[in-house]
Design a binder for this molecule. Structure first.
Ligand SMILES: [Zn+2]
Length: 357
């Protein structure tokens, strides 16, 4: 978790209006300790300009490069997410900023985050505050598979059975939004690039886990249908640790299955289970509940910083094993003494729409 030097550079040709915007942004970046490096193909942050004629993918040389694509348009369509989200995916960006000169900036993130900053006092500083937490956080996407799961667990146990049941419930309650068909709009090569980049099996939303013992917990895999969790090693993984040095999630897997990756939020669950022995289950959904304590910044899924921010809210709660935390512009993480203890508390109470601010 070394703090890297936050270098940034520009890529592509900016229109005059866009250039005006990024020159102001550059000043704010530099005032906040970022360092502009002209000739590098391994920047920490790449500001990538899109032009109207053809959208090109940005292919990183190192996975740590955070790509913020920017484009200028004259007015917003009636459904900005539907219209513009595909640009984020096609350009392989982490974040997309659509600028309507003199009016506002629309932001999009991979987890379907969408928010708007109006062009008024403090505009450039507010843009920076949107970008910085996303750009400076560190993904924990590496998985290390160790084929040491006890054979008696290869077909699961009572707890993994409960995990499947809870996943089915979330499906019945319509809390598992259809995954964005990222594999349909990207050529296979680019899809593999995105998979490596974010450590995802595919884009799906929500995850759940249940504690096995002091160290370990069962957790849903990445990119699978959470309402159909069946096979251990494929749909349900046994998380046994986090290797700080390697920045990797360590998984116990059976020798008979080609393992899938665990959900990217494993680090968040791991941090909570480590700190609170009384927490026995965790569910994360892209839904909302009024009046819950909420994280201050929007961090990307699967980052150490998001994990820490949620763990902090759980720590502050009167009862860490009975907490509902709001993840800003994203969803909820709910802890419980069992999976049913969580389901009972959210049944019928969730708002499907996550407020974006
Ligand atoms: Zn999520």
């Amino acid at each position: 978790m070394d703090r890297q030097t936050l270098t940034f550079n520009f890529n592509g040709q900016a229109s005059a209006e866009l250039d005006g915007l990024v020159q102001r942004l550059r000043t704010v970046f530099e005032a906040n300790g970022y360092c502009y490096v002209k000739n590098t193909n391994t920047p920490r942050v790449a500001l990538n300009f899109l032009s109207n004629d053809g959208v090109k993918a940005y292919r990183r040389n190192i996975p740590e490069t955070f790509v913020l694509s920017l484009m200028e348009v004259s007015k917003a369509p009636s459904n900005p997410i539907e219209e513009w989200y595909p640009y984020l995916v096609r350009t392989l960006s982490n974040m997309l900023l659509v600028y309507i000169p003199g009016k506002r900036a629309h932001f999009f993130t991979l987890d379907l985050g969408y928010f708007v900053e109006d062009f008024s006092e403090g505009f450039y500083d507010r843009l920076f505050e949107r970008i910085h937490p996303m750009a400076s956080s560190v993904l924990v996407v590496k998985n290390r598979f160790e084929p040491d799961l006890e054979p008696e667990l290869w077909n699961g146990d009572e707890l993994s059975g409960m995990l499947s049941e809870a996943g089915k419930k979330l499906g019945e309650w319509d809390l598992l939004p259809a995954a964005f068909p990222i594999d349909k709009i990207l050529p296979p090569k680019d899809f593999r690039h995105v998979q490596r980049l974010y450590g995802i099996g595919g884009l799906s939303y929500g995850n759940l886990s249940v504690r096995k013992d002091e160290q370990r917990f069962w957790m849903s895999a990445s990119g699978v249908d959470k309402s159909k969790l069946r096979v251990v090693g494929r749909d349900i993984l046994m998380v046994k640790g986090y290797d700080r040095r390697e920045n990797a999630i360590v998984l116990s897997v059976p020798t008979i299955v080609e393992p899938r990756r665990v959900s990217v939020d494993a680090i968040e669950h791991w941090l909570i289970y480590q700190e609170h022995p009384e927490v026995k289950a965790i569910i994360h959904v892209h839904a909302w509940m009024e009046g819950v304590p909420t994280t201050l910044f929007q961090y990307p899924c699967g980052t150490y910083q998001l994990g820490q921010a949620v763990a902090e809210k759980v720590r502050d709660a009167a009862d860490p094993a009975e907490t509902i935390v709001g993840l800003k512009n994203h969803g909820l993480t709910v802890t419980g003494r069992s999976l049913s203890h969580i389901l009972e508390r959210i049944d019928g109470k969730l708002l499907k729409h996550v407020p974006m601010e």
